[in-house]
Design a protein around this ligand. Sequence first.
Ligand code: NAP
Length: 313
Amino acid sequence: MSDIEKTKVAIIGSGPAGWTAAIYTARANLSPIIFEGLQPGGQLTITTEVENYPGFPEGVQGPDLMMQFKAQAMRFETVCYSENIVKVDFSSRPFKIWSDNREVHTDSIIIATGATARYLGLPGEEAYYNKGISACATCDGFFFRGKDVVVIGGGDSAVEEATFLTRFCNEVTLIHRRDELRASKIMAKRALEHETLKIRWNSSVVGYHGDDNGVIRAVTLKDTVTGEEVEKEVQGVFMGIGHKPNTEIFQGLLDMDEAGYLITQDNNTYTNIDGVFACGDVQDTVYRQAITASGTGCMAAIDAERWLESQES
Ligand code: NAP
């Protein structure tokens, strides 16, 4: 473990929210320290083409976009550690955070640890990421124009994604393991009354089948009541089974909702602890887009800067 380092602002997480917070705090002369975490660059590094991030009329590869975010932050005085924060102590100021290699004392903290989409966890599933399997219809729906797809889940996310996909796809089937939707009443009604959206009740995806190029061509569906299995030809599988916010190390310290998302005040990024701010998907259950994460990353940086200034006066 190296000597204790001190900073005015530490940023935990390196997706669009974390890097945007770094760019803004660095340009405010706060010399931030950013911890990239276990998945440097966040969820965009496991996507391919990004066509909805403004400023890239031809589209951009997710990993390239994140490298550009990083390069922009590193152009100013940002210190970056490719390490994961494993422990925090917010009980007194300066706050203390630890990675496996170092201890940092910081006057303020910006949490941008993101959320991770849940996948089914079936054997071989990862090989189909970006080859037919997606966890974001808003991001990838356009690539499935005219195709047949299934959306897995029965909550608001699944219903929203499935309804959205009916605009592009030839056939959209919602696959739900029970016979009743979990989605809010209004969203469920919209799905049930939808003209083209199909719903397959009591059904689970239990297997994937790829073509010669390793791209999804079919799924095996199992009836959760009878156990009967059938193969369904599809070119796309969308996960709508929820996200897991990356907030384990903040349990018991910061206010969270039932699912573990950090709760921030309305219209700003303040958490329940003064000097601790949260931005991006770790506090967003609604939008979850790179551009909105960047937006709240900017907000967190400005909130932290102003808060630090108020502590000096
Ligand atoms: P969710 O409400 O937890 O729903 C997850 C769905 O996936 C459930 O229907 C669940 O089935 C199913 N599921 C979970 N694990 C599964 C598995 N291994 N295999 C098959 N199915 C599985 O998650 P969410 O839909 O992402 O919503 C999360 C929160 O965000 C909610 O509070 C929601 O209201 C909110 N949200 C809001 C909006 C909006 O307001 N526009 C949009 C999206 C999300 P069971 O029903 O059987 O448990």
